[in-house]
Design a protein around this ligand. Sequence first.
Ligand code: ZN
Length: 397
Amino acid sequence: MQSVTKLRLYASPEDRKKLFATMERYNAACAFVSPVAFFEKQFSTIGLQKRMYSTVREQFGLSAQMAQLAIRKVAGSYRSTIEAIKAKNKILRALGKPLQVLSEISFCEHGAICYDARVLSLGKNRASIWTLDGRIKLRYARPDYFPPVAAVKQTDLVYRDGAFWLYATVKSPDREIPEPAEYLGVDLGVVTIATTSDGTVYSSAATERVRKRYGNLRAALQQKGTKDAKEKLRKISGRERRFKTDVNHVISKQVVRAAEGTKRGVALEDLTGILQRTTVTKQNRERHHTWAFFQLRTFIAYKARKLGVLLKVINGSYTSQQCSVCGHTDPGNRSDQATFRCLQCGHAENADLNAAKNIAVRAAVNRPIAVCSRPGERLNRKPVKSMEPITAPCPRL
Ligand SMILES: [Zn+2]
């Protein structure tokens, strides 16, 4: 698996100037290539190299490698953005909301430079970095846990909070994770963010409060419409996003830790189950944040891999209509959004908890259980897909 380690870089005022100049030239090249890629729909690195390489070298005075890297960053940014939009649109389509479309990507002047080993090499305590003024050697703070530099796959130069950083992507060998006997089922929901088969509920009450507070503030600012108000609007949207991200970090960590501590795997459902359930009320539609699903799923997958916890994604068909005790599946088992009551055996409990238990059981039997809600109705038994976290090739800040 891959992980990113941030290394603080120490640069003299003189070297900072060189780094800034290189960063600005590189990003200017990216900004120059971006509209061409967008309007000609050329998102393959090789295709874009063919089209733009000599122009970029001539116009921006970059070395051969740096010109290639700039073009690669543009192509990679488009490809990862397209992937993310595709995934988001799956949900938006099911919710009947307008779909997101690709727009031209802009590159700011101090965006990250995605270096490779030919233009940036890491030594024991020093990094040798290509700049427009030739190579410079800079000291960097190296944490104890940092692996041998040979394990570093790619290094990005990032300017953040007034300092330069190296974001080193380290590849560590994939551990073979043994199949656990049991799984912790996790139901990612609409009203509650997540419910585990152990009965732990992560309610959206706190995030809802924050959302409402920001919602009111936003409405007031939008009405004002002044330049000052617009600036404030931009700030609060960033604050709200960071709050939500923090919440997802906390939840995903607790979920994966709970599984790790009990030597279980983590089971999630694929999108089938979620989509079957999200055709609910208008209020739910408003509350339904696509970010919650994607970001939380991505975080859980990433943290599970990091801690060596097996993650299984199961077919989510009818997880919310099936009884976790007797297996009877019927839409009538759901008397309302929150409660599950089995028409066959009378088992009653919180609907999300019942679904989470089904998810745990389906993962443990290693294949989706075939359930027929009506005579003659078959479930599609698609192979279970594993989930990859969405990672951009180059973090944009
Ligand atoms: Zn039952």
